[in-house]
Design a protein around this ligand. Structure first.
Ligand code: DQA
Length: 150
């Protein structure tokens, strides 16, 4: 099984109670369990982590070099502010797919500035918790294509 880091940024530990009209009612624990199941069906072993701290997210990305084949990353609000996280994504030689539960392009103007996105392999935004699942599917395709040399 290929190993994948699913990394959740700030405030995502409050999913379920946090602005449910925007982010849905599912808790992070339930989402992670579904991703483990869904990832398993795709041949991916999902290891999920959440942090509210920019430096810890950077450390998790660096650490993934040692054990993961790819990363699915919801940077939360850091997507719009963090050059350090963008540089961390660019620094590691792993495919990173950026994920957002909400459609950030359809919300406030400040959410349209996506600093990390250009360093990522792609983005999935606006499909609720299933954004993560779609990103896992994309990662599975990418990793298979890499093996086939496609
Ligand atoms: C989010 C979108 C961000 O703009 C916001 O700051 C979040 C959640 C999402 O998953 O929709 O914290 O990343």
């Amino acid at each position: 099984m290929k190993k994948v880091l699913v990394l959740h940024g700030p405030n995502l530990n409050l999913l379920g109670e946090r602005e449910p009209e925007v982010y849905g009612t599912m808790t992070l624990e339930t989402i992670d369990a579904r991703l483990q199941e869904g990832g398993g069906r795709l041949g991916l072993e999902v290891n999920a982590r959440q942090s509210n701290h920019e430096g810890e997210l950077i450390d998790a990305l660096h650490g993934a070099r040692a054990w993961a084949q790819g990363v699915v990353f919801n940077p939360g609000a850091y997507a719009h502010t963090s050059i350090a996280l963008r540089d961390a994504v660019a620094a590691i030689d792993l495919p990173v797919i950026e994920v957002h539960l909400s459609n950030v392009l359809a919300r406030e103007g400040f959410r349209r500035r996506l600093l990390i996105a250009p360093a990522c392999a792609g983005q999935v935004t606006g499909f609720g918790w299933r954004s993560y699942l779609l990103a896992l599917q994309a990662l599975a395709w990418m990793l298979d294509a890499g093996e086939e040399g496609a």
